[in-house]
Design a protein. Structure first.
Length: 241
């Protein structure tokens, strides 16, 4: 999904554009229009080139973000300077809400994995709106709860077998029904980090998936024809590489 496709007749920023971003979001789309208008009045459309830091771990939480287009990675750095990718946020996804609700600093760093556009909604006025519109508070708490539940399930069900881990990720990607192709949307180094494995192990798994004919490389970088039947067998642990 690329929400930017719906903005061809709208200005770079402004009330109409901000409202449209929220209307196309599964989180805000069902909220009262009068609330969206009030949120739009305090919001701001922000553009981030690839690699730009949106905020860093420990920064004071100034507000939260709703991704309009692109891809934002959320990661935590360790003392050695390495980081673990916690979430990959695409269009329609909110990030930064947990820190806003808890009045603490951002617990992780947000970086534009690709050139991205996001609606920034500052703390100023948001809490007053949550009192005025309880649906807003419920929507934000639901976002945070879903992420916590998803992270818990990820840890609980994380397969030790690396091939299964990769296959489960791949089968969750959007597939082109006409050409049976998938495209990995992030750099392989970022994907390895997200899946909790060394980059060389990811490369070995992808090589085995190609040898197994579950994946067939296409001309474009990180694009593959996929045999979904084989990929599902590997993802479900019914076939080992």
């Amino acid at each position: 999904m690329n929400l930017e496709n719906d903005f061809s007749n709208l200005p770079e920023d402004g009330i109409d554009r901000r409202i449209r971003v929220m209307e196309l979001s599964p989180i805000f789309g069902n909220l009262p229009r009068e609330l969206l208008i009030e949120l739009a009045e305090v919001g701001e459309i922000c553009h981030y080139p690839r690699g730009e830091l949106i905020f860093q771990q420990g920064d004071s939480a100034e507000g939260f973000y709703l991704v309009s287009s692109g891809l934002v990675k959320i990661y935590q750095a360790d003392p050695d300077g390495d980081g673990r990718v916690l979430h990959l946020c695409g269009p329609g996804t909110i990030f930064g809400a947990a820190a806003v609700l808890s009045d603490e600093g951002y617990p992780a760093t947000a970086e534009a994995e690709r050139t991205s556009v996001a609606l920034f909604l500052p703390n100023k006025g948001i809490k007053d709106l949550m009192v005025k519109y309880p649906d807003l508070a419920l929507a934000l708490f639901e976002v945070v709860a879903q992420k916590l539940i998803g992270f818990k399930e990820l840890l609980k069900n994380y397969p030790k077998n690396l091939a299964r881990r990769v296959a489960q990720y791949l089968r969750g990607l959007p597939i082109d029904p006409d050409e049976s192709t998938i495209s990995i949307p992030i750099k392989l180094g970022t994907l390895a980090n997200h899946l909790g494995m060394a980059p060389e192990n990811l490369s070995r798994v992808l090589t085995k998936l190609k040898e197994n004919k579950a994946l067939i490389p296409r001309g474009k970088n990180r694009e593959f024809m996929v045999d979904m039947k084989r990929l599902n067998l590997i993802a479900d642990g019914k076939e080992r590489l």
